[in-house]
Design a protein around this ligand. Structure first.
Ligand SMILES: C[S@@+](CC[C@H](N)C(=O)[O-])C[C@H]1O[C@@H](n2cnc3c(N)ncnc32)[C@H](O)[C@@H]1O
Length: 374
């Protein structure tokens, strides 16, 4: 355990909470242990934390004496949870949140990295560290063994000359990367799918492709005469790379679209996708947890392909949070168009949370429904 800090006191709030959803785990503890000696040797502002779930790494390092820690978390809910945990458990901790950009890493000598799920996200993080940190930077990259693959070692080796692998403990392992290579900062991955330009940074959902569920939704998604104004934009909720927003704006040159996602990589991707399709002026992209910045009873049309992961955990607690916020934001008579994996049986939940729900399409894997706000 680090200093006087007890990670079991951390909360995930405001992120989804429930069975199997933890705020700190053995990989966080191993990362803190493996990096303890190296952290003790660096000064204020020289420690960077990337991918902290809910504050275990940042607040653990702060309890050991680290000051002015720079932190990047892809999910806005993780940022909010870190702030809430710090206020409650470690009010003196000194840290600041940043995007995945050179300012996060300039002068960094130690990086604690919680390994992301996707190799693309790891590649972008590793290249940003290598391109921006001090030449003697040491990266401690840890995760649960069941979520780690040998391909992660290759991705880290593309940005660092030396990679050491520690012994596993508590079903977790740490990779230690040193000697950054002279690599370029990451750029978005790009593809043209059926005339739509897609841009994807990091681990944005589906990468530069159209997910098969999203494709089914797009086939049936209406472009009605209601909404689409700047006061009542059509909403691409949890937009990922922004394929729904860009498709809507391309199909209807008169409408305004609002796209939001809690992931920094998704937001950067959706902005780049809108720009690549020449619709950026009518697509507002916002990083937000749920639709917290949209007023109650204000929207005529929302499209949603809901998440079913929280970090690495598959959970049925995630989508209902999004349904509840869609219900708050829709005006009476407004519609939520949703695609979901048929095995998840969301229909009763949609009926209860939003209102009368009709099945629009179904293929062997996915169901498209429209729910009308009562
Ligand atoms: C299944 S993907 C759909 C992405 C995109 N709409 C598409 O169809 O390709 C779900 C998205 O939900 C986002 N997400 C998860 N939890 C969220 C939350 N609490 N608030 C906003 N977005 C969230 C994820 O980052 C992810 O981009």
């Amino acid at each position: 355990m680090s200093g006087s800090f007890d990670p079991s006191q951390l909360s995930r709030w405001p992120d989804a909470e429930g069975p199997g959803l933890v705020a700190a785990d053995a990989a966080d503890l191993l990362l803190l242990d493996e990096s303890a000696a190296a952290r003790a040797a660096v000064g204020a502002g020289e420690l960077v934390v990337i991918g902290d779930g809910y504050g275990a790494l940042t607040l653990g390092a702060a309890a050991d004496g680290a000051a002015d820690i720079r932190v990047h978390q892809d999910a806005l809910s993780g940022e909010a949870a870190l702030a809430a945990n710090a206020a409650r458990l470690a009010p003196d901790a000194r840290f600041s949140s940043h995007g995945l950009e050179p300012a996060l890493l300039s002068g960094a000598r130690i990086v604690l990295l919680r390994l992301p799920r996707s190799l693309e996200a790891l590649a972008d993080i590793a290249a940003t560290i290598a391109a921006s940190s001090a030449p003697d930077v040491v990266v401690f990259a840890g995760g649960r063994v069941k979520h780690m693959t040998l391909a992660m070692n290759d991705v880290l080796r593309a940005s660092f000359e030396r990679l050491d692998v520690t012994h596993a403990r508590g079903k977790s392992r740490v990779l230690i990367a040193r000697r950054p290579r002279p690599v370029a900062l990451p750029v978005a991955r790009a593809a043209n799918v059926g005339g739509l330009e897609i841009r994807a940074f990091g681990g944005a959902f589906a990468g530069p492709r159209v997910d098969i569920g999203t494709r089914l939704l797009l086939t049936h998604l209406p472009t009605p005469a209601v909404g689409g104004t700047s006061a009542d934009p059509w909403i691409d909720f949890a937009c990922g790379t922004g394929v729904i927003a860009a498709t809507w704006a391309s199909r209807r040159p008169d409408v305004h679209v609002y796209a939001s996602d809690h992931s920094a990589a998704a937001v950067a991707s959706a902005r780049a996708t809108a720009a690549a399709n020449g619709v950026a002026e009518r697509v507002e992209v916002v990083r937000d947890d749920l639709l917290s910045r949209r007023p109650d009873d204000s929207a005529s049309l929302i499209a949603l392909n809901p998440p079913f992961h929280s970090g690495s955990a598959v959970s049925d607690r995630v989508a209902p949070r999004l349904f509840r916020d869609a219900a708050r934001v829709l005006r009476s008579g407004g519609e939520l168009w949703c695609v979901w994996n048929s095995a998840l049986r969301y229909r009763a939940e949609l009926e209860r949370t939003i209102g009368p729900t009709r099945q629009i399409a179904r293929d062997p894997k996915f169901t498209v429904t429209v729910s009308t706000r009562r």
